[in-house]
Design a protein around this ligand. Structure first.
Ligand code: DAH
Length: 379
């Protein structure tokens, strides 16, 4: 480390040598990585009270004999200018970068080769690339479905995934002994045997309970779609997963008819799968709709000719629907849903199945493994 030496000889040669050593010391310190940081380095050379240049001022200039003062002063000013300028440049070049490397804070100085200091990081090494996925095909499909209904003026609703028996079953007109209420089909929250049946908590088996929650909050008219996760006590296989996704829909107003249901869903299917798809409605049963219909669309892969995707039938069954059962309105009658005055339709579709057909995914478990290599295929 350089220290300012005593100067006894004020001859030209001696001054020349002393200032040259000063500059060489500065240059060599400025070359090395600024391990203690740029500020410490600046204070060492330019600090007002005890910086090296202040010491030179005290020891060389003030002590100089009268005839030597001019020459020392000139050389000192030159040194101050150059060192000052270089220190400013170093501030930019040696900007301290604190990088967390394996939990340790390493200090990296730009512009210095990494071999010269123990704490240095070679910023010329390639960085760590984070694998980027993309919007999950289920979420993408869900957003597409929701967007189609938004464009028809529907709003978007949500409800809890942990639901009570009342909303999941009772208010949807499921009879007390309906098989869906059995623990074979439904995942119940444990330890609630003491509670009355309707208060028992479960993981919702469909998004339909949000129909009731919506009508409790809001008097008619209602037009709403409800995307969300649902759960069933199913053993996982290529087409079953205990967790999957649905989009529910509900429209209630005065004078809503089955034609409105057909027109709306026909339009939605064309918007989702292309204007050439046809829809087919055939009788079905759900406790909360009467009449009920399952809806199929012409296979969007073979256009109805018959292929593996549609099992040679030309049709793909995509959703359940129906006219809201008056008994359901009975549970929210107080809020303006008099079955004599209002009518409505509802529908529900499985998002995962639609996504699997759209993107030709043959195993539902792929949707839930979180493998970025799977997601990359949909980028
Ligand atoms: N909740 C039914 C299910 O999970 C699907 C469904 C059918 C919803 C008919 C509806 C509907 O709103 O009207 O199987």
């Amino acid at each position: 480390m350089y220290t300012v030496p005593q100067l006894d000889d004020y001859s030209q040669e001696s001054l020349e040598k002393a200032f040259a050593e000063l500059r060489a010391a500065f240059d060599s310190e400025a070359q090395a990585p600024l391990d203690a940081g740029w500020k410490t380095f600046r204070d060492r050379w330019l600090g007002r009270t005890n910086g090296i240049l202040t010491q030179v001022n005290e020891q060389w200039l003030k002590a100089a004999p009268a005839e030597g003062k001019r020459e020392v002063g000139r050389r000192l000013n030159d040194a101050k200018d150059e060192i000052g300028r270089r220190v400013d440049e170093l501030k930019v070049e040696h900007r301290d970068v604190v990088v967390a490397v394996t939990g340790v804070q390493a200090r990296a100085s730009f512009g210095s080769p990494s071999v010269s200091g123990t704490h240095n990081l070679d910023v010329t090494l390639p960085g760590i690339r984070r694998p980027l996925g993309t919007e999950h095909p289920v979420i993408r499909t869900m957003n597409e479905i929701v967007a189609v209904f938004r464009a028809m003026g529907y709003s978007i609703g949500e409800g809890p995934e942990i639901e009570s028996d009342y909303y999941n079953f009772e208010a949807l007109n499921f009879p007390p002994n309906h098989p869906a209420r059995d623990s074979q089909d439904t995942l119940f929250v444990a330890g609630q045997e003491q509670k009355p049946a309707r208060e028992r908590l479960l993981l919702r088996t469909h998004t339909s309970p949000v129909q009731i929650r919506t009508m409790e909050k809001q008097p008619p008219p209602v037009r709403i779609v409800i995307p969300g996760k649902v759960y069933r006590h199913d053993t996982p296989d290529a087409s079953h997963s205990p967790l999957f996704h649905q989009v529910e829909g509900l429209a209630v107003d005065t004078g809503i008819t089955f034609s409105d249901l057909k027109g709306t869903l026909d339009h939605a299917m064309k918007a989702l799968f292309g204007s050439s798809v046809k829809t087919r409605f055939f009788p079905s049963f759900f406790p909360f709709t009467e009449p009920s219909a399952d809806v199929a669309v012409t296979c969007f892969k073979c256009n109805g000719k018959g292929c593996r995707l549609c099992k040679q039938s030309g049709w793909i069954e995509l959703l359940g629907s129906g006219m809201v059962d008056p008994a359901v309105f009975g549970f929210v009658k107080k809020n303006g849903y008099d079955p004599e005055k209002v009518s409505g339709f509802a529908f529900g579709m499985g998002v995962d199945r639609i996504a699997m057909m759209k993107y030709e995914i043959d195993d539902i478990s792929l949707l839930f493994q979180g493998d970025v290599r799977f997601l990359e295929q949909f980028a």
